[in-house]
Design a protein around this ligand. Sequence first.
Ligand SMILES: *[C@@H]1O[C@H](CO)[C@@H](O)[C@H](O)[C@H]1NC(C)=O
Ligand SMILES: *[C@@H]1O[C@H](CO)[C@@H](O)[C@H](O)[C@H]1NC(C)=O
Ligand SMILES: *[C@@H]1O[C@H](CO)[C@@H](O)[C@H](O)[C@H]1NC(C)=O
Length: 390
Amino acid sequence: MLSGFMNFLWACFRPCSGRHVHNGSDSGGRQDGLLWYKDTGHHYNGDFSMAVVQANNLLEDQTQLESGSLSLQESGPYGTFVGVYDGHGGPETSRFINTYLFQHLKRFTSENQSMSVEVIKKAFQSTEEGFLSVVSKQWTMKPQIAAVGSCCLVGVVCGGTLYIANLGDSRAVLGRHVKATGEVIAIQLSDEHNACIESVRQELHSAHPDDSQIVVLKHNVWRVKGLIQISRSIGDVYLKKAEFNRAPLYAKFRLREPFKRPILSSDPSISVHQLQPRDQFIIFASDGLWEHLSNQEAVDIVQNHPRTGSAKRLVKVALRKAAKKREIRYSDLKKIDRGVRRHFHDDITVVVLFLNSNLISRASSIRAPNVSVKGAGVNLPSNTLAPGPT
Ligand SMILES: *[C@@H]1O[C@H](CO)[C@@H](O)[C@H](O)[C@H]1NC(C)=O
Ligand SMILES: *[C@@H]1O[C@H](CO)[C@@H](O)[C@H](O)[C@H]1NC(C)=O
Ligand SMILES: *[C@@H]1O[C@H](CO)[C@@H](O)[C@H](O)[C@H]1NC(C)=O
């Protein structure tokens, strides 16, 4: 009987069956094999398009779009929130952010009755502290949770102002119309924290003057302590609190010498931009997209095609490029199951936020319905049901 039940689940959740397209579980999106997408929807300041393709056995990328009141009150302020959370070491941190970050943001907005850099900073800080307490609770049973973390990219549009907050190497790119030439040019809005960037390595060296090995080139890739490419994140507690850098955590994550200062930071880079009528759209995406597409290529693809399905189109172009690099056909890549798929590309998340200049300039006190969309993957109800070796 149990095996009958397992077969039933297998038939329902098997990613590459390709027999039918069924709706995503919780957000009105649709699932087609390893691809989840919502081609179009409305937000407070225009339209949007979202897509996620899964490569890991358990989806590590998470994403959300929230529109409407950005506080706990009906009175607002109103606006749009976008989050892209690219997890590593497991899905726990990115899922945690997807559940709690926006709640914290609404709480701090309520307390201050307005949106600000300070509110966003505190929402990140509370999320980091919340995940730390999860790690403390689970440490004895599941020590490897100390080595799970996530990048965290957030965009908030409120009252004509755009806030971009980032930890790690996801990226937000603005498409801006240039009147003189008629072109739409790409402007990168987020600072990235990846040790492949020289200024990030310099920042690490000046924060750790006594450690010449703070960042090392290993197999041609710059890594902080030879372990991780990013220098800022939520989670990765083993590189922030020395008490979690010990047994029973796997030896490969343990550092030989105890550290006094956190090695990774959870302090986001935040920038503030006044939106203008010539600002057409913002592409938010995890590094899985940007390893295959330049900022301008992505902007051109969005600009030169219908708005509906923009995010899915970007994902598909990236997948075609990934297939080409490995000299296989796109149609064959699509048949490769999650887990194995990670050898060909990363999880990829894309949110395209179109900006309607009439809606951008309206006051953040004008009410509108709340909209909440969360990207979904082919997540099984429990790890033990995951096919393949367990
Ligand atoms: C599921 O998809 C169908 C179209 O295939 C649509 O009519 C229906 O509203 C969707 N349901 C949900 C809950 O999104
Ligand atoms: C929108 O959400 C806020 C809380 O964030 C709530 O107070 C308000 O009632 C909601 N509005 C609608 C129309 O559901
Ligand atoms: C409230 O907003 C002001 C001005 O933006 C800021 O200086 C202050 O730190 C904020 N306070 C909180 C609790 O977020």
